[in-house]
Design a protein around this ligand. Structure first.
Ligand code: IPM
Ligand code: MG
Length: 364
């Protein structure tokens, strides 16, 4: 039995719908396992710009810091697309990541056997299964490097800088090796060391950290090749550690081959003992917002990660994951994963966001 304070940032677009569905599941976990979850609903993103004029109010950051864990839906949308960089809704996400010191982004990409039809790869490849865990560096690199506009060789130009310190690479590499010890004991480090100096330092540091984990097999791959191999032989990938920018791109690719970006959860973690942030890796999907169409499973699976990692509730986390699998096995699908025959008599049943949340809760 435990009492936990969860900061909830519904955000924009489908964010409120998917976080609501996830809360239904959390409430059931609370009831079934005798916990007390209290939710502190906070503003960030476009909605915060509309209400307060600031994408990330300081009160939101302060409340997150006081919570046991943060659940975030999604931020952004066309209404705020023409604002300057510092005022965009995405600034809220980047601000939370840096303010909470969330340097490690864990993104598992799993192809559920009942969703193999949703995998766009050849059935011979899909049938071998996909179970990859991305460890993306989250508070450094080009996302946070020096940027600006200036006069260049060809006139006015813009620049963003990729920079990594030894400390930043060291701590993310450690996260990856620790994770590998709980899995197949392999780490693939993805970089662009044939071109970028920052990647050459990245590789040096990863090799150094590897010496402390002699049981783990370390491999390196250039990012362009990695994006190709991920399609050709995803079954060979296990723990992948990479930079902020490369991790952003490769994790979307991995999401697609597991059927839908609507299925992928994530955990953003900092120092031990500090609150982590949990969010689906998808965006705010303004085109389907408010229509009860979004897939809440990525958010529900993010809650499972939260319970396991931040609250230490392993049985509860596994119960949610098992319930999700059961619901998929029974044929329930949101639009993004509804492949094949969805006619009335087929096994595949098309459901909305709310119903999907209740189905998982019922299965629990
Ligand atoms: C993600 C998203 C964010 C990122 C955006 C919304 C800033 O794409 O979490 O992958 O680029 O990190
Ligand atoms: Mg992304």
């Amino acid at each position: 039995m435990g009492k936990y304070k969860i900061a909830v940032i519904p955000g924009d677009g489908i964010g409120p719908e998917v976080t609501n569905a996830a809360r239904v599941v959390m409430d059931l976990v609370a009831k079934k396992f005798g916990h007390d979850f209290s939710y502190d609903e906070l503003l960030a993103g476009g909605i915060a710009i509309d209400v307060t004029g600031n994408p990330l109010p300081s009160s939101t950051v302060a409340a997150c810091k006081k919570s046991d864990a943060v659940l975030l839906g999604a931020v952004g949308g066309p209404a705020w697309d023409n604002l300057p960089g510092e005022m965009r809704p995405e600034k809220a996400l980047l601000g939370l990541r840096s303010e909470l010191g969330l340097f490690a982004n864990i993104r598992p990409a799993i192809l559920y056997s009942s969703l193999s039809e949703a995998c766009p790869l050849h059935p011979d490849i899909a049938s071998k299964g996909i179970d990859i865990c991305f460890v993306r560096e989250l508070t450094g690199g080009m996302y946070f490097g020096d940027r600006g506009r200036r006069e260049g060789k060809f006139g006015n130009e813009a620049y963003d800088t990729e920079a990594y310190s030894v400390m930043e690479v060291d701590r993310i590499a450690r996260t990856a090796f620790e994770l590998a010890m709980t899995r197949k004991k392999t780490v693939l480090s993805v970089d662009k060391a044939n071109v970028l100096e920052s990647s050459r330092l990245w590789r040096e540091v990863v090799i150094n950290v590897a010496k402390e984990y002699p049981e783990v097999k370390l491999e390196h791959m250039y990012v362009d090749n990695a994006s190709m191999q991920l399609i050709k032989r995803p079954f060979d990938f296990d723990v992948v550690v990479t930079t902020n920018m490369f991790g952003d791109i490769l994790s979307d690719e991995a999401a697609m081959i597991t059927g839908s970006i609507g299925m992928l959860p994530s955990a953003s973690l900092g120092e031990k003992g500090k609150p982590g942030m949990y969010e689906p890796i998808h965006g705010s999907a303004p085109d389907i917002a408010g229509q009860d169409k979004a897939n809440p499973l990525a958010t529900i699976l993010s809650i499972a990660m939260m319970l396991r990692i931040s609250l230490g509730l392993e049985a509860e986390a596994s119960a949610i994951e098992a319930a999700v699998e059961k619901v998929l096995e029974k044929g329930y699908r949101t639009g993004d994963i509804a492949y094949g025959n969805t006619s009335e008599d087929s096994k595949i049943k098309l459901v909305g966001t709310r119903e999907m949340g209740s189905l998982v809760a019922k299965e629990l």
